[in-house]
Design a binder for this molecule. Structure first.
Ligand SMILES: NC(=O)C1=CN([C@@H]2O[C@H](COP(=O)(O)OP(=O)(O)OC[C@H]3O[C@@H](n4cnc5c(N)ncnc54)[C@H](O)[C@@H]3O)[C@@H](O)[C@H]2O)C=CC1
Ligand SMILES: O=C(CO)COP(=O)(O)O
Length: 343
């Protein structure tokens, strides 16, 4: 099928929904981007910009926006969902009776539903059991994708035709799409790294040095992987783009909203004010609370999450938490857990 014959939908009018929709429109694919806000849809259709979320980046004139979710989704081969985790289920629920078993639905959302401890692919399976489900995740700061900076991402699904269709739809000279069959690991990596980006922003605001940043990043990766393995994920996925790759970009770039929330907290701004002034989603704030509860329940050792929770939600002082972490019981660096062999 030629690009012009392909029809896809993107649900969400924010930064990531817009760049994903724009990549495909640039390739000549028919893209319908659904959003709630009519003025923003009109702006995309008439001025080819989304000034609220991506000011200064021209969009493809071929990209069309709509406020009618049904017309966007009906007949779309691929449906990407770029809606913050707190609204994800309610939006997907609206298309429950429209989606057919031929369609592929792909989450780009890096968060967890607190009440059910569900990642977004699980919500897609709950709400749309008829559809093929996938997850797109990786080191993909929306503004850098909009600038056409060379970028790589991962499409994860256990449905091979979905992986191939998404690779074909999104592959661009500046955007490379790798495939994975570890949906759970890819999705968990994208979700967990937001927590550590908040910690990295906090430490940057306090002027901590490069040794500190390196320690924080590396121990974050160890902690994420420990949690993931306890939950049954493949630790190798955490050495890839959707694991350490996304951790690096989000912990190092002031373009990351989670990093910026951490930086604001470290500068003495309250959590409410930091989130409000951001005006975009920072999934990591809720994720800290949800992962802390799960780690406590399952007795998983996550000292960085526990310390960050105290700082963000209980007003603990960063320097006191850092001191407690630095002087806690001696620990090993990397432990290899070898598979048990039968004797
Ligand atoms: N921005 C980025 O660099 C990247 C973001 N992501 C993930 O993509 C997801 C979405 O993020 P962004 O687009 O960046 O967020 P954003 O904050 O830029 O935009 C969120 C969009 O969702 C819409 N929305 C919220 N609730 C809604 C509802 N009930 N019904 C309809 N629309 C609703 C908002 O109006 C807004 O258009 C997040 O989970 C994020 O972690 C993933 C990769 C990169
Ligand atoms: O996931 C992202 C980059 O891969 C975007 O991170 P933020 O949500 O912190 O901006």
């Amino acid at each position: 099928m030629s690009a012009e014959q392909r029809k896809v939908a993107v649900l969400g009018g924010g930064s990531f929904g817009t760049v994903i929709a724009n990549i495909m429109a640039e390739k000549g694919i028919q893209v319908a981007q659904w959003m709630r806000n009519k003025d923003r849809a009109d702006e995309i259709n008439q001025q080819h910009t989304n000034s609220r979320y991506l000011p200064d980046y021209p969009l493809s004139p071929a990209l069309t926006a709509t406020t009618d979710i049904e017309s966007a989704v009906v007949g779309a081969e691929l449906v990407f969902v770029a809606i913050p985790s707190q609204s994800f289920r309610s939006v997907v629920h609206q298309i429950k009776h429209i989606v057919t078993e031929q369609q592929c639905v792909i989450s780009t959302t890096k968060g967890i539903e607190g009440e059910t401890f569900s990642l977004m692919s699980q919500i897609l399976k709950d709400e749309l059991p008829q559809a093929n489900v996938g997850v797109l995740s990786g080191p993909n700061l929306a503004k850098e994708v909009a600038q056409h900076q060379l970028t790589a991402t991962v499409i994860a699904s256990n449905h091979e035709p979905l992986r191939a269709a998404v690779q074909d739809a999104l592959q661009q000279s500046y955007f490379r799409v790798y495939a994975s069959s570890d949906t759970y690991g890819v999705e968990l990596g994208g979700t967990l790294k937001n927590i550590y980006a908040i910690a990295a922003g906090l430490s940057a605001a306090l002027g901590m040095g490069e040794n500190t940043k390196s320690m924080l990043l590396t121990r974050s990766l160890a902690e994420m992987s420990r949690f993931a393995v306890s939950m049954g994920a493949n630790p190798m996925t955490f050495l890839g783009l959707a694991g350490v790759g996304d951790l690096i970009v989000t912990c190092m770039s002031p373009l990351s909203r989670n990093y910026r929330v951490g930086f604001a907290l470290g500068s003495g701004i309250s959590l409410d004010e930091a989130v409000k002034s951001l005006g975009e989603v920072a999934e990591g704030v809720n994720t800290i609370r949800i992962i802390k509860e799960k780690a406590d329940e399952m007795d998983i050792y996550m000292p960085l999450v526990a310390g960050l929770y105290e700082i963000v939600f209980n007003g603990a002082h960063v320097k006191e938490v850092a001191k407690a972490l630095m002087t806690s019981e001696q620990s090993t660096d990397v432990e290899f857990v070898l598979p048990r062999t039968t004797v």
